[in-house]
Design a protein around this ligand. Structure first.
Ligand SMILES: [Zn+2]
Ligand SMILES: [Zn+2]
Length: 282
C-alpha cells in the first residue's frame, strides 16, 4: 500500500489567492474520509525560509511579495511543496498532494504575476538536490496557462524536463522543454478525449529522460466553467491522474501532485479528494 502525504495549511482555505468564491472553503473537512485511511497523512505546510527562497529568486522578490496582499500565503505554499518533495526523496512517503494558497508557475527570477508569488516547484527541487541524491525532475504542467516562470528558471537546466500544456508549440534543442498547444483542439470533437490524448501521447517523452521524480502541476482552470476554460470536465482530470500514476509506476518513481490554478470551490471539492483517493488506492 502506497503511503500518501497531503500538505495543507488552514490559511489556504481562508486567504486563498482565488478570493472570489474561496476555492478551498470545503477543506480540510472534505478530506475526512481519506484521512481515515491508514496510508494517508495530513501534514501542516511549514513556511519556507527566506534563505531557501533566495537560492532561486532575486532579493527584491522578498519585498515585492511582502507588499502583495495576494501573497499572504506564499511562504506556506512553497513550504508544503518543499516538505512534500523532501519526504518523497527521503522515502517517508510514496506520493504527495500539495495544496497551495498562492501559485508558483508564473514566478520567475525577479518577477511574478497571475496569482503566483514564489516558484514552489523550482525552490523544492533546488532544495531536494541539496539533501538527497535526486538530480532529475520531470514536471508536467496541465494548468491552462504557460508556465513562463518555471520555464525561465529551468531553461538552462538539462536535468529538468518541463512538459507544459498551454497555447504554445515548442520543443527545445535538447528536447527537455516542450510546450504542447492544447488550445487548438477540434471544436467538433470531445475536449476531454482530445486533451487526455495529448497528455497520453506526450507523457511517452518522459521515460527516456529517466527522472527521479514525476511532478504533476494540476490546475483545473481548464474546466469549462473556470477562467482558463478549454472546455474540460471533471472526468478529464481523473483520466490525467491515472495517466500520471501509470507513468510514474512505469518509471518506478514517486508521483507528486502540486495544486495550480482554478477558482471554483465546487470543482476543487469534486476533484481533489477523488485525485487523492486514486493516489491512495492505485
Ligand atoms: Zn492557469
Ligand atoms: Zn507552456
Amino acid at each position: 500500500m502506497k503511503r500518501i502525504g497531503i500538505y495543507y495549511h488552514p490559511s489556504f482555505s481562508r486567504k486563498s489567492y482565488m478570493t472570489i468564491g474561496n476555492r478551498l472553503r470545503d477543506f480540510p473537512e472534505a478530506l475526512a474520509p481519506l484521512l481515515a485511511r491508514p496510508n494517508v497523512r495530513l501534514i501542516e505546510s511549514p513556511p519556507v525560509s527566506e534563505e531557501l527562497v533566495l537560492k532561486v529568486h532575486a532579493p527584491e522578490m522578498l519585498t515585492q511579495v511582502a507588499h502583495d496582499g495576494f501573497c499572504s500565503t506564499a511562504y506556506e505554499s512553497v513550504g508544503g511543496v518543499v516538505a512534500g518533495m523532501v519526504d518523497l526523496a527521503t522515502g517517508e512517503i510514496d506520493r504527495a498532494f500539495c495544496f497551495i494558497g498562492a501559485g508558483g508557475h508564473h514566478a520567475g527570477y525577479r518577477q511574478f504575476w497571475g496569482a503566483c508569488c514564489f516558484n514552489d516547484v523550482v525552490i523544492a527541487l533546488t532544495h531536494t538536490r541539496e539533501i538527497s541524491p535526486w538530480r532529475r525532475f520531470a514536471i508536467v504542467d496541465t494548468d491552462a496557462h504557460h508556465g513562463d516562470g518555471t520555464r525561465q528558471l529551468v531553461r538552462d537546466d538539462p536535468e529538468v524536463f518541463h512538459l507544459c500544456f498551454c497555447g504554445l508549440n515548442f520543443t527545445s534543442d535538447d528536447r527537455t522543454k516542450v510546450d504542447v498547444n492544447a488550445y487548438r483542439m477540434n471544436p467538433h470533437a470531445d475536449p476531454d478525449a482530445q486533451y487526455v490524448d495529448l497528455v497520453r501521447q506526450n507523457l511517452t517523452l518522459i521515460p527516456a529522460f529517466k527522472p527521479d521524480l514525476l511532478i504533476w502541476y494540476y490546475g483545473f482552470d481548464t474546466h469549462r466553467d473556470d477562467y482558463g476554460s478549454i472546455g474540460l470536465t471533471e472526468p478529464a482530470y481523473f483520466a490525467i491522474c491515472d495517466l500520471m500514476l501509470a507513468a510514474a509506476a512505469g518509471m518506478g518513481v514517486p508521483l507528486m501532485v502540486v495544486l495550480a490554478g482554478g477558482s471554483m470551490s465546487h470543482l476543487a471539492t469534486a476533484t481533489i479528494p477523488e485525485i487523492i483517493r486514486r493516489l491512495a488506492e492505485t
